[in-house]
Write a protein that binds this ligand. Sequence first.
Ligand code: PLP
Length: 481
Amino acid sequence: MSTPYGADEIAALQEKAKRHLWLHFTRMSSYADSDVPVIVRGEGPYVYDQRGKRYLDGLAGLFVSQIGHGRTEVAEAAARQAGELAYFPLWSYAHPQAIMLADRLANLAPGDLNRVFFTSSGSEAVESAWKLAKQYFRTVGEPARYKVLSRSIAYHGTSMGALAITGLPGIKEPFEPLPAGGVRVPNTNFYRAPAFVADDVTAFGVWAADEIERAILREGPESVAAVFLEPCQNSGGCFPPPPGYFPRVREICDRYGVLLVSDEVICAFGRLGYYFGSERYGYQPDIITFAKGVTSGYAPLGGMIVADRLMEPFTAGQGSRVHVDTHGQERHLEGAGATFLHGVTFAGHPVSCAVAMANLDVFEKENLLGNVRSNEGAFRSTLEKLTDLPIVGDVRGDGYFYGIELVKDKSTRLTFDDDESERLLRGFLSHALFDAGLVCRADDRGDPVIQLSPPLICTREHFDEMEQILRSVLTEAWRQV
Ligand SMILES: Cc1ncc(COP(=O)(O)O)c(C=O)c1O
């Protein structure tokens, strides 16, 4: 049971929040006449506000809280580590928690992904992967390779490099010019597939993968460093890969010597029922980026896991030498190849690494991957009940990761125009779902969707609770359209 704050405390927090706190990606003016939502504690899949009101955390915070809230064993691991060694950098030094976590992640990661470079966030992980790709190619004598392909509407982070990879024009525009080299390819939204492949998901997957090849050829293969793809694209409302898509993308990357980066900031650590999303869909990346679920949010951490062969030029000594590249070709190594010239102060923070270890212990002890795998069918079928509502056009996703696309006309798949979308999502749905006790995300960065990504401890009772709240709020939304 939560202890609600008193009326004076609530008013003081509101006043200070409105005066001094700047919320991310938030139109602050929208709180001029209403309360800033303040969450004060969490327990399991629920969080509580200052008045003691309970909410089902249907988004795991922000695709983060895999093991749920209020786990004292993880909090205690953080406290123990802070008492023993609160901070030391990974610049030239190591500490036991980073070593043990790198070892554990290397063992969990697919194939030859074996080397872990920590960061403190997902954007830094993406930024690091692009920088590594660029420096790697420069080191092995292909300095012209700097471009990155990514999919339309995909979100890969907000720092300038990561933003150049992000495929959402609206959040990029104020920051142009961004670093050069970001190239867009189509995403895998089958619900909005072009007419000539709209009836055949496999043909759609072949087309979407081949668009990557066409983009590489258009740009010039010698200039392309990497393709960044999420296993299941979040932004736009959960686009799982069509059958055969990733094997074909892997072949294309191999054909042109381009690195395949699997951006698993959301999809790793159980979100799709596996430690890594690439395992679920059966492909082998050259780099995996991760963050979020690695600690379930008990402390911030991100990083990339890299294939041994990409590390090799950086482990070789100084001087002229030969390196066998990704495709078995011998390359002469040039320049200052011995050091990856990149780092951030809080990367691999000892407390965050200790927390990640304790978090992964919970995964193992409670068989959370097994929980997702055995319940994901029930999650899907519970959400699919909503397709009887006129406003629900599509329900899609995998594991514990779903998007519900909202439409104005189901038969034609007509979407809402900008004004309607603004009124529906910002003006009504976001608040109404929260007021009804569900944390989820109403997003219109692509077509309007509701995103769900609950903690991995959730079971049928929580799916039913989500469905009931969504049903009543979406029914009301339709009345207002
Ligand atoms: C796929 C993906 N990549 C990168 C990021 C950026 O992560 P962060 O917000 O930790 O910088 C996100 C954040 O949601 C993400 O979903």
